[in-house]
Design a protein around this ligand. Structure first.
Ligand SMILES: Nc1ncnc2c1ncn2[C@@H]1O[C@H](COP(=O)(O)OP(=O)(O)OP(=O)(O)O)[C@@H](O)[C@H]1O
Length: 258
């Protein structure tokens, strides 16, 4: 990695009261890349994203975005800087319509004509959302809600999107469809992404670079193609592929990493 990073995190530590959820995490994201952060339940992936997006303040460490220190900034200031968090669990506004949800994503903007253009852009990527734009978001299927969460994130016109487990709870076919769109958004709209996933296989397929987290630390990192060939990763995702619960236990039980 030679060019300066778009996002650079050094030695980050975050706590929930006495619980240290992030233990000295350092990572870098180059502009234009998809960087995946893999790890089992409770590894600290969501906490990492919350700390980047300003929802949580770190106890220690720095987050630089475009060379500017942003750790401890308010969440809306982070959005204005160009970082958008697409949360896990389709946290859309269920009683607002699809279009109202999308417009909420542009809450930090006042360039009205551009907002209308971006709405059309979101509808190009997700035609089903256009079809259902007057429908209450709570009545959408899980896959459609995930599309809406991503679309709402796009409405902030981000430089970098933090995607928290977009595959969660979706059928393999839908996961394929959504990841293909994530990949297109990265290539065509030049949106840099941090992609948090338990599903290592699909994440490494679209990512350029990857990190593995375990108990709040980064235990492994590398080029996505190389990571996909690593024995540890293969054991994890093949296990996870066959039987999720067993896969997750095996991942957690590993003590050493190469
Ligand atoms: N609100 C909270 N209060 C206390 N501890 C928490 C809270 N949220 C998470 N934790 C703890 O912090 C650690 C990291 O959790 P985190 O949610 O970041 O993991 P994760 O890798 O994102 O897992 P998941 O995929 O389940 O979201 C875990 O030990 C978890 O139990």
């Amino acid at each position: 990695m030679h060019s300066p990073s778009l996002l650079k995190i050094d030695n980050l530590e975050s706590f929930y009261g006495p619980i240290m959820a992030i233990r000295g995490v350092s990572l870098q994201v180059q502009e234009g890349q998809i960087v995946t952060v893999l790890g089992a339940n409770g590894a600290g992936k969501t906490t990492l994203l919350k700390t980047i997006s300003g929802v949580m303040d770190p106890e220690k460490g720095t987050v630089h975005f475009n060379g500017k220190a942003i750790e401890g900034s308010a969440p809306d200031a982070v959005v204005r800087d160009g970082i958008v968090h697409v949360p896990e669990g389709r946290e859309i506004f269920p009683i607002l319509t699809v279009e109202e949800n999308l417009r909420m994503g542009a809450y930090t903007r006042s360039d009205h004509a551009e907002i209308e253009k971006d709405l059309e852009l979101v509808y190009q990527y997700f035609p089903i959302l256009k079809e259902r734009r007057q429908q209450e978001a709570g009545t959408l299927s899980g896959g459609q809600q995930q599309m809406l969460a991503i679309g709402r994130g796009l409405m902030a016109r981000p430089k970098i999107m933090l995607l928290d487990e977009p595959s969660l709870g979706l059928s393999p076919l839908l996961v394929k469809e959504i990841f293909a769109i994530i990949s297109r958004l990265n290539r065509e709209q030049n949106v840099t992404m941090i992609l948090v996933e338990q599903n290592a296989k699909v994440a490494l397929d679209v990512a350029h670079y990857g990190y593995v987290m375990e108990l709040g630390r980064i235990v492994m990192s590398g080029d996505a193609k190389k990571l996909a060939q690593s024995k540890d990763i293969q054991e994890f995702y093949l296990g996870a592929h066959q039987e999720t619960q067993r896969g997750q236990r095996r991942w957690k039980q590993r003590k050493t990493w190469r």
